[in-house]
Ligand binder design. Sequence first.
Ligand code: AKG
Ligand code: FE2
Length: 323
Amino acid sequence: MAATPVTPSEIPVLDLGPFLAWEEGALERTAAELRHICETIGFLYIANHGVPRALVDATFAEAARFHAQPVEAKLAVKVDAQMQGYLPMRGSTTRTFDPKADNKPNENEAFFVKREGMPGIANRWPEDLPGFRETTLRYYTALEFLARRMLPLYARALGLPANYFDAKCDEPLSSLRLSHYPPVAAYAENEFGIAPHTDSTFITLLAQNEIPGLQIRRQDGSWMDAPVIEDTFIVNTGDVLNRWTNGRFLSTPHRAFNTSARPRYAIPYFFHPNAETLIDCLPGCEVAGEAPRFPAMTMAEYMAWFRGRNYAHLRKDLPAAAQ
Ligand SMILES: O=C(O)CCC(=O)C(=O)O
Ligand SMILES: [Fe+2]
């Protein structure tokens, strides 16, 4: 997959240490940096984020363990209408980003974990993997904590009160995805590990992968390899924050593949607001004399539309307003 070399400054590293340690002035300083990044790139690395390396490694190991099971065991927890469970190999085709691209199904399989205790949501757990549930939920909880801890940065980056997003995201409709990309020596045309797409999220937190394969689209349309920077997470702004900010914060397309000789795993955490949170133009993001660019809808409505486009088992007619 062709990419042009990345320069170190192209994807900035944001040091969260001072902010997380409650240092004086750190909220405003870090939020100002974040604003610039979200308005110009939409992707960043975060360092000193507080998530233990051992927990990240253990979660990668659980992803490998899950996918190493016989396919019958995985199909026993096949993905349901709420997107919990196992999504089989080539079970998704990316259609939201460029419906004309005629993409082939994505060369990956995945397992989705949701927040425990949410109404109408019951995680589907494999029977013969002791410890899998505990580790993946511990990781889910750590990442939810980090994402919520970062909300004041996003609020201040937008000139809003620091607690603006807190109550709108305190029961987040989030998910953890454990993806497996088998090695593919040569991808066919319009075939990818995961095709170019933007995420549906407020933000996505993606742990560093020992096998590279993620590419990010620059504003000029060219692609760059995302460099591996030890002990950081990649954070990208997703479509929900893009819509909420009336397009001001970018939701940047990205894609991934695996041309290495080994299986590649990825463990993105997709952070969303609460199901009933209304995503309409935020105060201060209006453009004078213009209507908001996106129709207002709740997080749950938006999610239903997004999933219906991308996952064969959920496709159906959804609100035209979202398209
Ligand atoms: O595999 C990766 O590195 C990125 C995966 C991704 O973008 C996604 O699952 O939305
Ligand atoms: Fe993504």
